[in-house]
Ligand binder design. Structure first.
Ligand code: 9MR
Length: 393
């Protein structure tokens, strides 16, 4: 999770001491505003020639289009569920396969597994011919309260093995892919003490850097049919931090491949920012090429465009967001190793961004392809156009 720098943290970091910083930030924010207005091109055309569901437009190029959703959304909102089944070829539960998220607990206690919600989602997926994807087996977030009390150096390997074997075993042969390890590189690898940038998670602390290899080896045995994915964020832009993250992720993947770890794909989350000025097609292409050269597939796993800093005007905002979708996808879909595009939610009706990154003006956020009334926005057109322009895999 990206920690916002609030005033208190700002002061705690000691930055408040620099009296001149206010002036610097002031002029920088004017410059930023000026550059932001350049992001909007009112004459940019998102016209489309074919109104087929995204799943079909993507499938024409052998690309999988999917989205995440939650149990309560799929079960209680019929209108939404219809759209999900219509637009998507793949479904990934946003909470239900994590150890513990929101009010859902896959792992209520050390000895228990509650598959009811994820099972219901799988059955929805099967009824509507959607592939099912698992997220996430080994992650430092969304761990249950008991984890800290129960798991230690002595039993961590056993706990990990038991979790992966039980959960993957339960869905064996029925999953498209699994995020086996999620976000194992530090939020900012530049600030890391370690050259490899590995994040200091409980798993790392208990088992050392080899926990990643260990998890993948157990996973490969538990479900030999599933595509095994390493998933991470912060890989999208040409900033110092994202460049360091790309380097660290590539390093990790190279080490895993050299060891013969059964990792099959990189998941690039692609939580994009509508106000970023740091998108650089060439360096992104290069990164994708280097990943593909390791004989790995690539999945875009959690795409959305954060519009919290964009102008309030909805036409403008939607145009900028759609532009970000189209610019990004036109680059990534040029790489034949990219086999799937998954958005983190399908409709603005349900997006984690409204809780995690609300707008200062309290207007609803608009980061996804469908609006709150489930109508397609320009972002939908952008996805459709990108699939139409893509080469067949
Ligand atoms: O969208 C998810 C939010 O509802 C959960 O509270 C949170 C913790 O489980 O996770 C969010 O999803 C994250 C995903 O699992 C991993 N990548 C970043 C996503 C957004 O924070």
């Amino acid at each position: 999770m990206i920690p916002p720098i609030n005033r208190r943290r700002f002061l705690r970091l000691g930055l408040g001491a620099f009296a001149s910083l206010g002036t610097v930030l002031g002029s920088r924010s004017i410059l930023q505003k000026h550059k932001l207005s350049a992001l909007d091109n009112p004459s940019r055309d998102f016209a489309i020639t074919e109104w087929s569901p995204l799943r079909e437009l993507a499938a024409n190029k052998d690309i999988i289009f999917g989205a995440s959703a939650r149990f309560d959304q799929v079960m209680s909102d019929k209108q939404f569920a219809v759209l999900l089944a219509q637009e998507c070829r793949l479904l990934v539960p946003e909470w239900e396969l994590k150890w513990s998220a929101g009010d859902h607990h896959l792992r209520p206690s050390p000895g228990e597994f509650d598959f009811a919600a994820a099972d219901a989602m799988l059955s929805f997926a099967q009824t509507h011919h959607l592939l099912f994807r698992g997220h996430a087996l080994i992650w430092h977030e969304s761990l249950p309260k008991w984890f800290q009390k129960v798991v230690n150096h002595q039993n961590a390997a056993k706990v990990m093995k038991h979790h992966i074997e039980t959960v993957m075993g339960h869905y064996r042969g029925r999953m498209h892919s699994w995020d086996v390890v999620n976000e194992a590189i530090e939020y900012d690898p530049l600030a890391s003490q370690r050259a490899d940038g590995l994040r200091q998670t409980p798993w790392f602390e208990f088992l050392g850097p080899d926990y990643i290899d260990f998890a993948f080896r157990i996973a490969a045995k538990a479900d030999p049919d599933a595509l095994l994915v390493y998933n991470d964020f912060g890989l999208d832009y040409n900033t110092a931090m994202d460049k360091a993250k790309r380097r660290a992720v590539l390093g990790l993947l190279k080490r895993l491949k050299a060891k013969g770890t059964p990792v099959h794909a990189l998941g690039i989350q692609a939580h994009l920012r509508g106000d970023s000025l740091d998108f650089d097609p060439q360096s992104l292409r290069q990164f994708l090429k280097e990943v593909a050269a390791l004989d790995l597939k690539i999945l875009i796993t959690e795409m959305d465009v954060n519009d919290s800093k964009l102008p309030a005007d909805i036409q403008k905002r939607d145009r900028i967001v759609a532009g970000v979708y189209e610019d990004y996808l036109s680059v990534v879909l040029d790489e034949p190793a990219v086999i799937a595009v998954i958005t983190w939610g399908l409709s603005d009706r349900y997006t984690y961004l409204s809780e995690f990154f609300p707008r200062a003006d309290h207007q609803p956020v608009r980061p996804l392809p469908l609006d709150t009334n489930l109508q397609p926005k320009l972002a939908w057109n952008a996805l459709a156009r990108a699939f139409q322009k893509a080469q067949k895999r």
